[in-house]
Ligand binder design. Structure first.
Ligand code: PXL
Length: 273
């Protein structure tokens, strides 16, 4: 069985972070391992998020634990500061297989968590090691120094700039912000641009969608699917998860990570069991 490691934050509400990653790995039938970089909690009366980074030495010990055996692919998610980004990058330097970098730069309730020096460390230390990176439109604008991206042409320019940092494949999640007829995700491999159009879904139930997309790609790569197959499958997987979104708390609507495989129907005892 393929083994997939996530190096990410914990989202105690279960929508994003390593909680999402591990659920998705299970859906793909791969064995999930996790190194926690930080713990994100939510104040239940106000919905305010707080991030508590773990000590770098403890993160290092978790990564070393995970690498005690063979690992087929690695996903990085929320890396709370420059020191931790550099430490994780050092740990992955000799790792030759597939690394998926989800460059989590803020996000729902977490905007204040990532600073300019962290963004620079993602560009200089982490992206050169990565096989695929999966920024959303906002993150792609920040990483490329282009600011707000307003069109498919600007997405292409941003993808070229991000590719120049050394990552092999750039996948920008277009989402609904471009106000077009459909959502467009863009894949750039250094020579070709491919847009993946898919339906816009008007919903607030999308907490965890970004993590889900990157985790699905990471699991698919571990299973030796091609980059194109991995992106196609991840788009369908996320679409199902968003359509089946659920209210977990009064503040953010969560995607249901098990929707694509109807996981909610699994393990139902029948009357005669
Ligand atoms: O969706 C971005 C994200 C990533 N990782 C963790 C999070 C969040 C958003 O809340 O909590 C741990």
């Amino acid at each position: 069985m393929e083994k997939v490691l996530t190096i990410a934050g914990s989202d105690a509400t279960g929508g994003g972070g390593l909680e999402a990653d591990l659920k998705i790995f299970q859906e793909f039938g791969v064995f999930g391992l996790a190194a926690i970089t930080s713990i994100v909690t939510m104040e239940p009366k106000t919905g305010k998020h707080t991030m508590s980074p773990l000590a770098p030495a403890l993160i290092q010990q978790q990564i070393d634990s995970a690498f005690a055996g063979p690992i087929d692919s690695v996903k990085t998610g929320l890396l709370p500061n420059k020191e931790i980004i550099e430490m994780v990058s050092r740990s992955l330097t000799s790792y030759q297989k597939k690394i998926v970098v989800d460059p989590v730069i803020g996000g729902k309730g977490t905007d204040e968590f990532v600073h300019a020096e962290s963004v620079e460390a993602i560009r200089k230390q982490l992206l050169p090691l990565a096989f695929i990176t999966t920024p959303n439109l906002r993150e792609a604008g920040i990483l490329s120094h282009m600011g707000k991206l307003n069109s498919k042409e600007e997405m292409k320019s941003a993808a070229e700039i991000i590719h120049s940092f050394g990552v092999k494949h750039v996948v920008i999640k277009g989402g609904s912000q471009l106000n077009l007829d459909q959502a467009y995700d863009l894949h750039y491999d250094g020579s070709n641009f491919t847009f993946y159009p898919h339906p816009l879904i008007h919903t607030n139930y999308n907490h965890g969608a970004g993590c889900t997309f990157a985790a699905a790609i990471t699991a698919a790569l571990a299973k030796q699917y091609s980059v194109t197959q991995a992106i196609d499958l991840a788009i369908q997987f996320v679409e199902a998860a968003i359509r089946a979104g659920i209210a977990i708390n009064p503040f953010v609507g969560h995607v249901w990570h098990g929707a694509y495989t109807h996981a909610e129907k699994r393990l139902e005892l029948t009357n005669n069991e």
